[in-house]
Design a protein around this ligand. Structure first.
Ligand code: GLN
Length: 494
């Protein structure tokens, strides 16, 4: 018999509601699995077993009361369902490290809005997952707390920066997890670990309580086993938040995902951007995407080539803008406002010693790049210019969406690479982001999901991008695909 940790989110909700399973039983099963597999995987920075079990018991009491009085109070949507949270999102009274030594002892006194909304839907928090320091990276190797391993091949990275969340879901240490995506950090680890992951439209989901990296790019997203599970959590975290002025006051539609049907995608126009099939892409990745597109066509979709002509500039533009924003956002970590203080003679020395000792090398590199790009005399040439090119990238998408409904592309040029493979070469690491960055620069939503395996047995990820605030189109297309394929049900052997 399959273990209860193999259930999907939708199955869990059903089993809990029907009384086939208690939240304590379920939570304990995850905690036991974590105890067994976590030493090899290292998906978490902080585990919260006591909190989880007390939330589970509370959920079981609510279910019991509901059963005694059927028809009585409405049950929260995910009552008693476990969740893992990337360690850049605040959970009150639990340390939030952002993968950095500088926040080793930082314990926020409030919840991020996304966390708060899921807590009020009854979710049970298993722990805080590993991340590249301040979400800067594509492999989770930049964490000050050690690297996370990919459950499909322990010698390889899970992707990043939400690599802990991805590894946790892929290894069934949690049924679902929150991540964040500034330049690909939900989609790329979802792809490397064979999961489904949504990067919502910028402004769709509140960033309140998310430790800022690149504020004009950051979005909170969800990683899960399939489109249906991810969509159901997405609709609960999305929507206007008075605590985040960049969230849009737009209704969040319920996402209806139907049963398998022959022409499920009839009339859907899919754009295939030439610029995303460049030399250097792993041949099996390209073949996997092309096969998936054929399958979309057999479901009634019409694929057509399109052009996003400024795609090649996304990488340099992102690696100017994101570090520029990061250099400003990370100024608060100075040993006075945040962070343990390294004692020194003068205030300037305190800043210098604290930041020098507590930040890792990638964070320092980004702060230096960003400070340089923003400095007087260089501002127009770098930051100002990058902002202008960002507008061109955004316009590419606007133009494309006049003719197509969604855009299909690979998530990354390769499948999961080896731990240490890009160790001495930050540029090679940045190149991993080439296909994910444009969606962040344009603010459009992107959904990653698995479309097969390469000859090493590693998952291949495809992404669908859509117009602003049209996440439902992406979920519907991926769901239709998952109704007629079973890639999303494959599991790593652990
Ligand atoms: N890999 C990209 C970076 O290093 C994106 C990270 C992210 O999305 N948080 O900045």
């Amino acid at each position: 018999m399959a273990s209860i940790t193999d259930l999907t989110l939708a199955q869990i909700v059903k089993a809990l509601q029907e009384g086939d399973l208690s939240s304590r039983e379920l939570t304990q099963a995850y905690l036991e699995r974590i105890e067994r597999l976590e030493p090899g995987l290292h998906a978490f920075i902080t585990l919260t077993p006591e909190l989880a079990l007390s939330q589970a018991d509370q959920a079981d009491r609510q279910y019991a009361a509901w059963r005694r009085e059927p028809g009585a109070p409405h049950l929260p949507a995910f009552l008693g369902v476990p969740l893992a949270v990337k360690d850049v999102l605040c959970l009150a009274n639990t340390r939030c490290t952002c993968g950095s030594r500088i926040l080793e002892n930082f314990s926020p006194v409030y919840n991020a809005t996304t966390v708060e909304r899921l807590l009020s839907e009854g979710m049970v928090i298993l722990g805080k997952t590993n991340t590249d320091e301040f979400a800067m990276g594509s492999s989770t190797e930049n964490s000050a707390y050690g690297v996370t391993h990919n459950p499909w091949d322990m010698e390889r990275v899970p992707g990043g920066s939400s690599g802990g969340s991805a590894a946790a879901v892929a290894a069934h240490l949690a049924p679902i997890a929150l991540g964040t995506d500034t330049g690909g950090s939900v989609r790329q680890p979802a792809s490397f670990c064979g999961l489904t992951g949504i990067k919502p439209t910028y402004g769709r989901v509140s960033r309140y309580g998310l430790v800022a990296y690149g504020s004009s790019l950051d979005v909170v997203g969800v990683l899960g086993q399939n489109a249906e599970d991810v969509a159901s959590i997405f609709t609960r975290i999305a929507g206007h938040d008075p605590l985040d002025a960049t969230t849009m006051d737009l209704p969040v539609p319920e996402i209806h995902l139907g049963p398998p049907s022959e022409q499920a995608l009839r009339g859907l126009r899919i754009g295939i951007p030439d610029e995303y099939f460049i030399s250097g892409i792993q041949p099996e990745v390209e073949a996997g995407i092309r096969t998936a597109i054929k399958l979309f066509e057999s479901l009634g979709a019409q694929a057509q080539p399109i052009s996003l002509p400024h795609t090649e500039y996304a990488l340099p533009v992102y690696y100017l803008l994101a570090p520029a924003e990061a250099s400003a956002n990370l100024a608060r970590f100075d040993g006075i406002r945040y962070g343990p203080r390294v004692p020194a003679e003068t205030l300037g020395e305190v800043f210098r010693c604290t930041r020098g000792e507590k930040f890792g090398p990638e964070v320092k590199r980004r702060i230096m790049l960003g400070t340089y790009a923003l400095s007087a005399g260089y501002y127009d040439a770098y930051y100002g210019q990058a902002q202008k090119v960002r507008t061109l990238i955004k316009r590419d998408f606007e133009k494309a969406f006049q003719n197509v409904d969604v855009i299909a592309a690979p998530v990354a040029p390769t499948t999961a690479f080896r731990i240490g493979e890009h160790g001495d070469d930050p540029l090679a690491m940045y190149l991993e982001d080439v296909f994910t960055l444009p969606a962040n620069l344009a603010g459009v939503p992107g959904l990653a999901f698995s479309v097969g395996f390469d000859n090493q047995g590693l998952p291949i990820g495809m992404q669908l991008m859509g117009p602003h605030f049209r996440e439902e189109l992406l979920f519907q297309a991926a769901h239709a695909y998952q109704q007629v394929t079973d890639w999303h049900t494959h599991q790593p052997v652990l």
